[in-house]
Design a protein around this ligand. Sequence first.
Ligand code: ATP
Length: 232
Amino acid sequence: MSTTLLSATCPASAVSGPMGIFGGTFDPIHYGHLRTAYELLATLRLPEMRFMPAGNPPHRPATIASNELRLQMVRAATAGQSGFTVDDREMRKQGPSYSVETLAELRAEAPTRPLCLIVGMDAFLGLPKWHRWRDLLTLAHLVVAHRPGWRAPLMGPLGELLVEHGTGSVCDLHEALAGRIYIHAVTQLEISSTDVRALIGAGGDPRYLMPEAVRSIILESGCYARKEVGRG
Ligand code: ATP
């Protein structure tokens, strides 16, 4: 990332640059995730994009691959890309893990650093169902990555939220610690973990849908072979 470019365009930028937080089950991680994270890292001029694999709490349908394997795949997929880091705190929690609590922890650890929680448009549309959803914007910015077929809401609580908090300026994400919503279109790769699992379960090869290192872990562990492919 170019600090020169940043200081040229965002005069009052915050100290250490925003941290992007990219959560997901990553069961498995694929190029749809990686391309999104990479484009946002560059566009938002983030020094760090932190991948945060979700835990496997008892009240939710279990992931197909174990926590250990999903973490191994995320580490393998992100290794070597400057700015990509992995944080397994949600996997280490015993009970349910809520974004708002994770963000509160990160805020306590980095009191002067803007936080950007990355969510897909599908997740954003379900925001009012998240635990303490209105508190999220007191802790972090929301960066909404467009996925195919989704549009920003114009009305209702989310439409109002966008009017109040929406911004088209990357500088706003650098200048405030939290509180803005930035919507960004990312290159649309129609890959989903569900489809990848279905493909492998049916005997197909996931080559070119994910980094080779992730494919090797999947093939060596047999974690998606001939198993229940859905989680619902
Ligand atoms: P599943 O099919 O198991 O629901 P998924 O492929 O949607 O999984 P998740 O781990 O649930 O992957 O997604 C993590 C985050 O990545 C979410 O914010 C989701 O919107 C986003 N995401 C998933 N697939 C893509 C894609 N192809 N392009 C852009 N973003 C994606």
